[in-house]
Design a protein around this ligand. Structure first.
Ligand code: S3P
Length: 428
């Protein structure tokens, strides 16, 4: 049980953000499939990204730890080797789904497993489109892991249209497209995060990668490295600190080197609509992604309405946004958030239970989450359910609460940001 005392005064500080989790998974995977060395600075130490690295190492990819960086020794498109055992993806859905795309097109078989939470998550969404490319992917009867892949090389190209708003599924298809004959198309009408597309371009995919409307099209091509990237700071991790500064009167906080990819900025845009005060300076680019420094200041918040089409741009921040909505003045409605039931835990149930324990009025209405404020949070016993995003969202609420709170199983924050609680403490 992690005990959180309320903030006695404003939060102040400047935080160098760890590398973005989504971007880091892709940098490790695409670096492994490239030719040459890719030097990555600011690789996050969270367990999820570690899972990707461990799985790639079991596939024969070499990594060198040098001061301040990880060097990926690219194996090229033909360089992966059969693993000697099942590949353990831990808690990481991104590891499992993206590697399924890669492994479908190999000349060997493999099995992907995960922890209890990952073993409950749906994998048909990724197996289905890959099967249309001739892949052999079998799942447990209910469509859950383990994922058993009979490698087949080459795959056949296909035109896939996403049926669920999942960047993981889109990325799995694009990665499989590197091992398919002809051109593979994946249409993403939801506008999910585009880190894979950007990174393929930054690794020299050139004419082999095209965009047509909401679709991305890929042909097999050699990816070239030989350079160093500073991974952009994790915008989803930044959101927790930004929310804490927004909530606690008098606070002011600098978040350095934050990813500014427009498809990931939904939470920050929602915060601004609520009356939140934040500004960007020092915009720059790294590895095809925009980054900048962000300063967030406390401001009184008002309720907001988020339409379903905006959810992919803030999908991991919805529980946190619900915390802000509970503190804000008026009734907020977060529409079309049903995908949250399929994350590391049922995040709708977990968010509602946490908010109610904190004294807030919140309910689900079909796929929508409705939260009424302003709530003066009361200290509470909170259940993370082993879900890192819930543990961190509740910690933010607990800082703004009246009285002490406890968060059960809060160590799961290490999935994305192991020093989360220390970093939060340092801002007091
Ligand atoms: C991710 C995509 C999202 C997100 C997850 C990371 C990614 O999942 O929730 O934390 O890196 O592609 P879905 O693609 O299932 O929406």
């Amino acid at each position: 049980m992690k005990i959180i005392r309320p903030a006695a005064g404003p939060l102040h500080g400047s935080l160098a953000l760890p590398g973005d989790k989504s971007v880091s998974h892709r940098a490790l995977i695409l670096g492994a499939l490239a030719e040459g060395r890719l030097t990555l600075r600011n690789v996050p130490s969270g367990q999820d990204v570690r899972s990707t690295r461990t799985c790639l190492a079991a596939l024969g990819v070499r990594f060198l730890d040098v001061p301040g960086a990880v060097v990926v020794e690219g194996a090229g498109l033909s360089g992966l080797r059969a693993p000697g055992a099942d590949l353990d993806c831990g808690n990481s859905g991104t590891t499992m789904r993206l590697l399924t795309g890669v492994l479908a097109g190999q000349g060997f078989d493999s099995v992907l497993t995960g922890d209890a939470s990952l073993s409950r998550r749906p994998m048909r969404r990724v197996a289905g489109p890959l099967e249309r490319m001739g892949a052999c992917v079998s799942l447990a009867e209910d469509g859950r892991p383990p994922v058993r892949i009979r490698g087949r090389r080459p795959l056949t190209s296909a035109a896939v249209r996403l049926e669920v708003p999942s960047a993981q599924v889109k990325s799995a298809v694009l990665l499989a497209g590197l091992f398919a004959e002809g051109e593979t198309e994946v249409d993403d009408p939801f506008g999910t995060r585009d880190h894979t597309e950007r990174m393929l371009a930054a690794l020299g995919a050139g004419e082999s990668l095209r965009r047509r409307g909401s679709a991305a099209l890929i042909r097999p091509c050699a990816l070239r490295t030989g350079f160093a990237w500073d991974l952009p700071g994790d915008v989803s991790t930044a959101a927790f600190f930004a929310a804490a500064a927004a909530l606690i009167p008098g606070s002011s906080l600098a978040l350095r080197g934050m990813l500014l990819n427009p498809r990931r900025l939904g939470f920050f845009l929602a915060l601004r609509e609520m009356g939140g005060d934040w500004a960007i300076s020092g915009e720059r680019e790294t590895g095809g992604e925009p980054v900048g420094d962000v300063v967030v200041r406390h401001a009184p918040l008002r309720a907001l309405r988020v339409k379903a089409e905006r959810v992919p741009s803030m999908v991991d921040e919805i529980p946190l946004l619900a915390v802000l909505a509970a503190a804000a003045d008026g009734e907020s409605r977060l529409e079309g958030v049903g995908e949250l039931r399929l994350k590391e835990s049922d995040r709708i149930a977990g968010t509602l239970a946490g908010l109610r324990a904190l004294g807030a009025e919140a309910r689900a209405d079909g796929e929508d989450l409705i939260v009424r404020g302003p709530t003066r949070f009361q200290g509470a016993a909170l259940e993370s359910g082993g879900d890192h995003r819930l543990a961190m969202a509740f910690a933010v609420a607990a800082l703004a609460a009246h009285g002490e709170s406890g968060i059960a199983d809060a160590g799961c924050a290490a999935v994305s940001h192991p020093s989360f609680f220390e970093d939060l403490e340092a801002l007091r």
